[in-house]
Design a protein around this ligand. Structure first.
Ligand code: PLP
Length: 587
């Protein structure tokens, strides 16, 4: 039976294809890859997310690099089919109706996994409520909290309405969906004919819930003032009634908030905040970070919680470019069914590997030259950098010393750089970074060719990770929880040049799978860090990478093979899903 699913996967964003703007970046793309891997492995899973009718946003950049954000127009019917089921949640005392649109992912063996996109745009709802599933990460915290009620509470109700009654595990991909725990507690209490939640309900729910935390950046953890929570939950309907003698203790155990309360009214007015991460931590029997370093950092952030690590991975067949797909099909048949077999990439014929890479590079540069008229050249060493434009990712690190970069380009080059990435609409420093890159572009004209491509999305990512020669990543440690674009590059034989943070601590074998920038460190931002990191970056480019690329092609290709064999065979979503099944879902 197709409704026989035992795992429900909740994510505020899921990115399946470029035409569906239902994701903003790494978290959503990872969710899409996770579901694809589950379909390949026939894991009985069902996914829940929001529709995001107007997407995250379409990014256009003017001549100075100023970002303009436009709503995305997309035809939902082209991708999704409407389901008849209807459920409701209570928001600010109003009953808000929800429907779900279904997307189906078919795995290599023909097994399908459904993903449901919740939608509040129904005639019965008020104008304001109808807009609640329009924008991913849009508007203010009231809007966001309402969305999280829809995702967590509405999501559970929709699963039940759709007939998924056998779910044994609820996986929260980041804390946005953690209100689902409250709905599960309510269900348990109701099952026992009680009006109030008990300690044993909490234990039951903990057994069923799995939580993956994705970022050590504090603003990445949603917190809502209790006052707002009280308003949104309205007259108690949708909030757990902890009304017995143990209520304060129970509330503390669930939300982590402390104090003396005898009524929920007092909680709302207490000045506390509801932290979605703590809610998820308190009610999950299994919690994981997304790389070993991120696990360690999370344990420091959330002392007292048991936190494991499952490394992120990317869906190999999705991210391997056409030319490499052909090459793998020919020499490593079965690689799609068994990504581990990519370990034998070391035996691929070197000439064919280089040719496949040249093809992927030509496709990218054709696109770049059409879009920007910069005349990028296939023979020139090309660096790629694409990810969310935000301060801790330091996209400007390459431009710390323009004179030195010019010298390197002229003496050891040619060198070309391709940038892309959106800044969150409210992240002014992130937007300023894009402008700074535009300024550097201007200053380096004639010495190093640089472009910044608009509207980074899944299709652009596919072209970039396969078509550049080196993938650059310059985060400020320890803020990059994992990073996944470098994994996509590795699958295409593209080595990384990266700060030792996130996945790269585990993926880097110096001079074999790529290169590190600076020392491993837990240190936070200061000018000296920036200075020494950029010096290290220039040193590697000048003395090692460019000379290898131009003068020792054999060695460079050898590294490409190792990127595939050592990192592509491991940092994939198939291995990741197997670990979730064994360590998290059915532990
Ligand atoms: C893979 C991907 C990301 C995430 O890349 P990171 O290296 O984790 O920052 C973001 N956006 C898109 C479109 C992607 O494909």
């Amino acid at each position: 039976m197709n409704n026989h699913r035992t795992v429900a996967y909740f994510s505020m964003e899921i990115g399946f294809e470029a035409g569906m703007p239902t994701y903003s970046g790494g978290l959503g793309v990872l969710a899409g890859d996770t579901i694809r891997a589950a379909a390949d492995l026939k894991v009985p899973i069902v996914a829940i997310t929001l529709l995001h009718r107007k997407g995250y946003f379409y990014q256009s950049l003017d001549k100075s690099g100023e970002q303009h954000e436009l709503p995305v127009a997309w035809d939902i019917d082209d991708y999704l089919t409407e389901n008849d089921a209807r459920v409701s949640v209570t928001l600010e005392g109003r009953s808000v109706q929800l429907r779900a649109w279904k997307y189906e992912v078919t795995g290599i063996g023909g097994y399908t996994v459904p993903a449901y996109f919740l939608d509040a745009d129904l005639e019965e709802n008020s104008e304001w409520d109808r807009r609640l599933t329009d924008y991913l990460y849009g508007y203010d915290e009231r809007y966001r909290l309402c969305q999280e009620v829809i995702l967590g509470i509405g999501g559970i109700r929709m699963l039940r309405a759709l007939g998924y009654t056998q779910i044994e595990r609820f996986h929260m991909n980041e804390g946005h969906s953690s209100l689902l725990t409250l709905e599960l507690l309510d269900e348990e209490a109701e099952k026992s004919g009680r009006q109030t939640v008990s300690r044993s309900d909490i234990e039951t729910i903990r057994e069923r819930c799995v939580f993956t935390t994705h970022t050590p950046v504090p603003t990445g953890h949603d917190q809502f003032p209790m006052k707002l929570v009280g308003q949104v939950f309205g007259p108690r309907d949708d909030f757990l009634d902890l009304g017995d003698l143990y209520s304060v203790d129970l509330l503390r155990r669930v939300t982590g908030i402390d104090g003396k309360f005898s009524t929920m009214e007092e909680v709302w007015n207490s000045g506390n905040a509801l932290n979605m991460t703590y809610l998820a931590l308190n009610l999950s029997g299994y919690v994981n970070g997304v790389a070993k370093k991120h696990r360690d950092v999370s344990r420091l952030m959330f002392a007292g919680y048991e936190i494991d690590a499952i490394n992120n991975g990317v869906h190999a067949a999705t991210w391997v470019s056409g030319p490499f797909r052909d090459l793998f099909d020919k020499h490593i048949p079965g690689w799609r069914q068994d990504n581990f077999s990519l370990r034998s990439a070391l035996g691929l014929p070197k000439k064919q590997v280089w040719e496949a890479h040249q093809q992927a590079k030509k496709q990218l540069l054709l696109f770049v030259n059409r879009a920007t008229n910069t005349g990028m050249e296939v023979d020139a060493m090309t660096i790629g950098f694409a990810r969310r434009a935000t301060s801790y990712k330091r996209p400007d690190l390459l431009f710390y010393d323009l004179e030195r970069l010019k010298r390197i380009g002229n003496q050891k080059g040619p060198l070309q750089v391709i940038y892309a990435g959106k800044a969150h609409p409210k992240d002014q420093p992130g937007k300023d970074l894009i402008k700074q890159i535009f300024d550097a572009m201007e200053a380096l004209k004639g010495d190093v060719k640089i472009v910044y491509l608009e509207n980074y999305d899944i299709d652009l990512a596919k072209m970039m990770v396969a078509g550049v020669d080196v993938w650059l990543n310059t985060p400020l440690p320890p803020l990059e929880a994992s990073g996944t674009s470098g994994m996509k590059a590795a699958l295409n034989g593209v080595p990384s040049l990266s700060i030792l943070d996130g996945w790269w601590i585990e993926g880097n074998i110096e001079g074999v799978t790529g290169w590190s920038i600076g020392p491993p460190s837990l240190e936070t931002d200061d000018e000296r860090d920036r200075h020494s990191d950029s010096e290290s970056l220039y040193d590697k480019l000048e003395n090692i990478i460019l000379p290898h690329f131009y003068n020792d092609r054999e060695l460079f290709i050898n590294m490409m093979l190792h990127a595939i064999a050592i990192n592509g065979s491991f940092f994939n979503a198939q291995r990741m899903m197997q670990q979730y099944v064994l360590n998290a879902y059915f532990r």
